[in-house]
Ligand binder design. Structure first.
Ligand code: NDP
Length: 286
């Protein structure tokens, strides 16, 4: 057979994008599966975005991830959106289909639900409390609602944003939803099955911080999850674990959404354990 020196291209468009670790796990996955694919981390400013979108087709790319500030701006360029991406109103993964059309997906929430499943919990029928109402919270809330959650309560410092997200869930899904202003020492109500930190509290240099809640109100029957992936063992999860709760870390979510992207672009099952291992190495955790 004739040799093929051409690589299939994938990557991420964003600005700033320098600190985005996705390429590390995607390239590790491509290599492990023997695929001649590359994942390039690309600085794309809003001014350059229209040309970057044209380049997807010009370079015959398989697809791209989008990060700040392009997750909403990309929508007019797409031919079709997944149900979740359309409700969330943001896209973090574009797939170029066989016929050249562009499909938009949001894998953040799906990654969250898959990480939850991996550690033995499922949103179906559950009472879920989400701390935060930004992009990650929105993706998680919508995906949990589509997966059959009974009720989603959104708690946010800026209560108008919590209300807006709860209204979206009520309008577009079958789940119940409510909102709360985040007051210091927030108590987690009895009957909460899944508690999620979807804020950036505890991330990176902020690792000595944790969300301001009354940790004594976390009980062993709860599953507690954090979107913060670096460090993966956040103070929030440590406190929850001390109270006997099952914990699911943000590194699992990051790897599961990366695995989704991998499958969308290659059609193959992703080597999830390799991706998790690579991220742990990258964050100096092994
Ligand atoms: P946004 O900026 O969209 O939202 C941030 C949210 O955090 C807002 O609700 C904000 O409240 C709240 N918040 C920030 N600081 C504080 C504080 N000191 N006290 C109380 N609330 C606070 O960010 P994203 O939703 O995009 O990202 C949030 C986190 O999710 C980041 O750490 C990101 O790395 C992580 N993430 C992880 C992923 C994974 O795969 N593990 C995927 C995507 C994101 P307010 O509205 O009042 O400002």
């Amino acid at each position: 057979m004739e040799k093929n020196y051409r690589a299939e291209l994938t990557g991420v468009f964003g600005d700033p994008v320098e600190g985005n670790p996705t390429g590390v796990m995607e390239e590790a996955a491509y290599e492990a599966m023997g695929l001649n694919y590359r994942y390039i981390t690309m600085k794309v400013t809003p001014e350059g975005f229209p040309d970057a979108m044209k380049a997807i087709r010009a370079l015959h790319m398989k697809g791209v991830n989008l990060t700040m500030p392009h997750k909403i701006a990309v929508i007019p360029y797409l031919d079709e959106l997944s149900e979740a991406a359309s409700i969330i109103g943001a896209v973090n993964a574009v797939v170029v289909r066989e016929d050249g059309s562009l499909f938009g997906e949001n894998t953040d929430g799906k990654g969250f639900v898959e990480a939850l499943l991996r550690y033995g919990s499922h949103p179906e029928g559950k009472n879920i409390m989400i701390l935060g109402a930004g992009g990650a919270a929105r993706a998680i809330a919508v995906e949990c609602a589509l997966a059959g959650a009974a009720k989603i309560t959104v708690v946010n410092r800026t209560v108008s944003k919590a209300r807006e997200l709860a209204d979206l869930i009520l309008a577009k899904t079958n789940a119940e939803a409510g909102s709360l202003a985040w007051t210091p020492g927030l108590e987690i109500p009895d009957g909460t099955d899944i508690l999620i930190n979807a804020t950036c509290i505890g991330l990176g240099n902020d690792r000595a911080n944790k969300p301001d809640i009354r940790y004594e109100t976390i009980t062993p029957n709860m599953t507690v999850s954090d979107v913060v992936f670096n460090p993966s063992d956040t103070l929030f999860l440590q406190e929850a674990s001390r109270r006997g709760a099952q914990t699911v870390n943000g590194l699992g979510m990051l790897a599961c959404q990366g695995a989704r992207n991998f499958t969308l672009w290659t059609g193959a099952e992703a080597p999830l354990d390799i991706m998790i291992k690579k991220l742990r190495e990258e964050f100096g955790e092994v």
